[in-house]
Design a binder for this molecule. Sequence first.
Ligand SMILES: Cc1ncc(COP(=O)(O)O)c(C=O)c1O
Length: 451
Amino acid sequence: MERALTTSCSLRCVPFAHPARHPRAARAPLLRAMASPVDQSLNPLVASLRPSATVQLTDTAVRLREAGVDVVALAAGEPDAPTPAAVCAAGIEAIASGLTRYTPNNGTAPLRAAIAKKLAAENDMIVDPAQVVVSNGAKQAVWQALLATCGPGDQVLIPAPYWVSYPEMARLAGATPVVLPCPAAEGFLLTPRRLASALTPASRLLILCSPSNPTGAVYPEATLRALAEVVAAHPRLLVLSDEIYEYVVFPPARHVSFASLPGMAHRTLTVNGFSKAYAMTGWRLGYLAAPPTFATAAGVVQSQCTSGASSIAQHAALAALGLGPHGGDPVARMVAAFRERRDYVVARLRAIPGVVLDAPDGAFYVFPDASALVGPGAEAPGFGPVPTVAELCRYILEVAHVVVVPGEAFGEPACFRISYATSMEQLEKGLDRIAAALAPEKLQRPSDVAA
Ligand SMILES: Cc1ncc(COP(=O)(O)O)c(C=O)c1O
């Protein structure tokens, strides 16, 4: 933004301010005018917004690489697999055949029909295509769902660890995020009891994310059913079910859509998309499937913000849905690779004294607890004190040149997130480095001091 402002200013100013053509006296009023203060205040809702930690860290990794540092980035939230060839071919075909115009605001008719068909076949969700809003990524779908349903005075219940954007989006909508801690001991899952104890008349939206970013936890059907019973007792309460990692689940774990549970269809807004399932992060395509009133409202928001998603991406998404049930062979291969990497990463991390984690059932993240390694007395020679896991992540970045994301960004400061959506070679290198940096001879534990 800063650069854009400078550029547009210099484009406008250079012809008048050129020293060869304008003596100092003639330029003075202009310079005074340029220097006059401009109200820099921002919309208070935006001023309090925190930038996405994951996006920032990914940018840091790119910068370090550009500076010649051999960085291992284990921070990215995107599959490393290529977009399936048939999907790419459909994108090219869309351009070649002139599908390069605005589409209907809520998405093309064939794509919305195909999404409704997929939801019926795979998710036990009966939705009319009119209830589907195709957006520029699932992120936009989450945002529009929130904006359509919540406002000042409403509480948005967010189980922690959470995806970084939920609380910020709730605030941006003018609503109040209410964070519900879900510790590792409970599998990072919201319990019905915790939900019941947090509900108030102001509770408007519960956000569930399964499989979860950042923990990889997958809600068992029995837990979802018990949560649905609590939800059913609160007439004002809606549920936003973020199912963007739906396909990345390791059996016997199984994905269950919240909207498919008894009585939940009319109060659940389901978000899904193509980014994670089909390695299509750059195509920017997601969708919302919601009860008619909320789908219509989300579509109106979209009509005033971005209009329809890319015509080319929508045509490609049709091809993605045509790859077969649950994404067909390309997705099956990708998920098998993730499983192998998950097992490898979990085993390597468990071998580091002080690092604690369970093997998650889905997504492509692990979320180990490293709180035993930090605190008063924890210190790395040449780096300094390591009082928190956030500092530990900075230590790992500076000393081991591995990018991981501190758990505080996800509402759980005891942990950090590793994305294993990268090659085995990079994982081996990254974990060798992390293991070396966290070895007791390199990192003095708080307990060492106490002992
Ligand atoms: C839980 C969750 N929801 C939504 C999104 C947004 O996905 P998209 O890239 O389709 O906007 C992400 C992306 O990281 C995510 O992790």
